[in-house]
Design a protein around this ligand. Structure first.
Ligand code: NAD
Length: 271
């Protein structure tokens, strides 16, 4: 897959993010993570979603170096963990992240969850943004009060909110609040963390037959047409290849609507 075929979504920071990438949650060793990233790069992926708590930022950094592909062709997201939140504390942690990722800048830095001193952490992300250490800043798992608090205090608006979102949890309220504030949505658990009940839903099987695609590809295509940014996770070369092959067909308006009707408003994770 030619990486230039992946749509780029403009962010309110003035940069662009590839709409599709690889998530590396639960790939707990750096070497396994490096291997999965290199496999993904071979297939045309240029966007990686990691986090301090995943324990594999070094693996992402070494995959980028080993690939021989210029740094500016990649989009790297990482997330500050809640224990590192606090004004004056988070800024030091950002320098540690840069070292682990073996890079001069992070494309997108998120606050992982709205816990502890997330206001102080946000202020430090703004400082890192001003210094050019981070190109865009954003949130993950923020909604209602926590989202409002950030919007009330921010000097630099968040570009992204990364939330659990898939056909069984479409999160319409958060999506609307973000849209009003020019915050783009990233959908984590895009295929429900591999949940079979979701993946095997007959609607996806029917559409899969029609387009000669797998059920997972139908779900991923639905996200793309909704405008969400996604990074399904896999270490399996077959799935890594399959997941990116979703840019050569279109679901119709009726089919998009049929999938919207599957919303059960039930998240798999409730913190
Ligand atoms: P996912 O929805 O991407 O599902 C991954 C599971 O599906 C794995 O078990 C994988 O083996 C399987 N799979 C992958 N491709 C498949 C295919 N084509 N057919 C069948 N099965 C397939 O769930 P995830 O990895 O938990 O989430 C994706 C990414 O979102 C993570 O890697 C991480 O980057 C991010 N995330 C963020 C948060 C957050 O709090 N911000 C939380 C969870 C995940």
């Amino acid at each position: 897959m030619d990486p230039s075929k992946i749509p780029q979504i403009p962010l309110n920071s003035g940069t662009k993010i590839p709409q599709f990438g690889l998530g590396v949650y639960q790939i707990s060793s750096d070497s396994e993570c490096e291997k999965a990233c290199l496999e993904a790069f071979k297939q045309g992926y240029r966007h990686i979603d990691t986090a301090h708590i995943y324990g594999n930022e070094k693996g992402v950094g070494s995959a980028i170096k080993k690939s021989g592909i210029p740094r500016n062709e990649f989009f790297i997201t990482t997330k500050l963990w809640i224990n590192d939140f606090g004004e004056g504390k988070s800024i030091k942690e950002i320098d540690e992240m840069l070292k682990r990722l073996n890079t001069d800048y992070i494309d997108l830095l998120l606050l992982h969850w709205p816990k502890n001193d997330y206001i102080g952490a946000y202020k430090d992300m703004e400082k890192a943004f001003e210094k050019g250490k981070v190109k865009s800043i954003g949130l993950s798992n923020f909604h209602d009060d926590s989202l409002k608090k950030i919007l009330d205090i921010c000097k630099i608006k968040p570009s992204i909110n990364q939330i659990e979102l898939h056909p069984y949890a479409q999160r319409k309220d958060v999506v609307e609040d973000c849209k009003k504030n020019d915050i783009k949505i990233e959908a984590w658990y895009p295929i429900g963390h591999g949940n079979k009940d979701l993946i095997n839903n007959p609607v996806f099987s029917k559409l899969g037959k029609k387009y000669n695609k797998t059920n997972a590809q139908i779900i991923l295509r639905w996200h793309i047409q909704e405008g969400y940014i996604i990074f399904p996770r896999s270490t399996n070369p077959k799935h890594i290849k399959e997941n990116i092959e979703i840019f050569d067909f279109n679901l119709s308006d009726e089919e998009m609507e049929e999938i919207r009707k599957l919303d059960r408003k039930t998240q798999y994770v409730n913190w």
